[in-house]
Design a binder for this molecule. Sequence first.
Ligand code: SF4
Ligand code: SF4
Length: 166
Amino acid sequence: MSPQKTPTPKPPLNSKANLAPRPLVAPCGLDCFRCLGCSEGNVADHAQAIAEVMGDNFQIYANRLKTFNPAMKEYSSFRTLLDSLAKPSCGGCRSKTRTCLPSCKVSECVCEKNIEFCFECDNFPDCESTGLPESLLERWKNNNILMKEIGVDKYIEGLAERPRYP
Ligand code: SF4
Ligand code: SF4
């Protein structure tokens, strides 16, 4: 009788590895850690890992493989995107290299007030100084209300349980 093969357990998609370190949660509640523009985030880590495994010469292989795998015809575009995901330039909302929304005043403002998140501010939720467009204003408000209600640690766990781009 052949020995039964035990399947290698895969970590769940929303494992602890997806939990944002607290400084990588923006004061508006967005998850910088899983943002594809963040050099400190896990999208960049995963993209670098794929790029390393494939190496720099995969185009030669893609040319061969495309005879029976038509998707390989797209390798060049895929590689351009992969390389871009592997080397994003934003260090996160709280960093000096932030490249998120130029009009946003939130990260600067929390720094000046020496607080971590807007829900800690006396002006929240009626603040008119965020510089955020309507579409993000709602999220900024709801995220901060939720953080206030359930606490930042629980909020971070909740972030990891849903897609970064819902
Ligand atoms: S720059 Fe503004 S919108 Fe972007 S993550 Fe930071 S607080 Fe949020
Ligand atoms: S003034 Fe507005 S943007 Fe600044 S910390 Fe308070 S709520 Fe946030």
